[in-house]
Design a protein around this ligand. Structure first.
Ligand SMILES: Nc1ncnc2c1ncn2[C@@H]1O[C@H](COP(=O)(O)OP(=O)(O)OP(=O)(O)O)[C@@H](O)[C@H]1O
Length: 241
């Protein structure tokens, strides 16, 4: 269905440096919205502004110098090493056909250390586990030194330590981050704001402690939960039906 409307009536302003979580059930439009924000999909009406400039008027190279995307389809059909994949993040910063600079190599090394992938640098990307690939893709995005980072379910393959490390890193970075998340507890712990989508529309938006309530969880996901708050923050506990 070519003319199906997937994301409709969404108005979203993201403050510089903020970490925003996109929440919502499967098929609610999170990935589609991320692709619109990245300029990877054209809008039929409305626009996406990057520092006031309509993203559809900017070249891919200009966008790639400041905005990095890790989506769920970050695959490649060549057989590169992990280092090659992370080094792709430097391409927008290099003049065409110019060799890698010492700084490019340093940034690649630092990004791989940040995502604990430095021991994998000489491995073939295709031989990695799902979680290792996910960390390499995020290292590639960090090597891009973006001011905006768009992440589609960045924690879905990661073990609990790597989930927490990644989100700590995202929150500590000066980067503006918008990420699709399924884990409501991670969203309450790490996001300044959350945007809840349902059927391609924003149904709730705001600070997670205000948005993630028992009523919203039930209305949007159709499940019963206890939402409790203590000195550690907000916790969502799902109830068996
Ligand atoms: N190219 C496309 N053509 C037709 N329908 C599409 C296309 N891309 C996405 N959709 C549909 O749009 C809806 C939103 O999809 P999207 O991938 O944005 O959801 P999501 O919230 O990221 O879901 P999930 O949590 O499952 O990853 C889904 O019903 C999906 O099937």
């Amino acid at each position: 269905m070519r003319d199906q409307v997937i994301v409709d009536g969404v108005s979203l302003a993201v403050a510089p440096g903020a970490t925003v979580g996109l929440l919502g059930p499967n098929g609610s439009g999170k990935s589609s919205l991320l692709r619109l924000l990245a300029g990877l999909r054209p809008t039929t009406t409305g626009c996406v502004l990057l520092d006031g400039a309509d993203i559809s008027t900017l070249t891919r190279r200009v966008v790639a110098r400041r905005l990095a995307v890790v989506d769920q389809e970050s695959v490649t059909d060549a057989d590169p090493t992990v280092r090659d994949v992370i080094a792709l993040g430097r391409l927008p910063h290099r003049a065409p056909w110019s060799p890698e600079s010492a700084r490019d190599r340093t940034v690649v090394q630092e990004a791989s250390v940040a995502m604990r992938t430095d021991h994998l640098l000489e491995r073939r990307y295709a031989s990695l586990s799902g979680g290792e690939r996910q960390r390499v893709q995020i290292a590639r995005a960090l090597a891009q030194e973006p001011s905006e980072l768009l992440l589609d379910e960045p924690t879905n393959h990661l073990d609990v330590r790597h989930q927490l490390e990644l989100l700590e890193l995202v929150v500590a970075a000066p980067t503006t981050t918008v990420m699709a998340l399924h884990d409501l507890n991670l969203a309450t712990s790490y996001c300044d704001e959350v945007v809840v989508l349902s059927g391609g529309r924003v149904v709730e938006a705001g600070p997670p402690q205000e948005v993630i309530t028992e009523e919203v969880v039930h209305r949007v996901y159709g499940v019963r939960a206890r939402v409790e708050q203590d000195e550690q923050g907000v916790h969502v506990r799902f109830l068996r039906s």
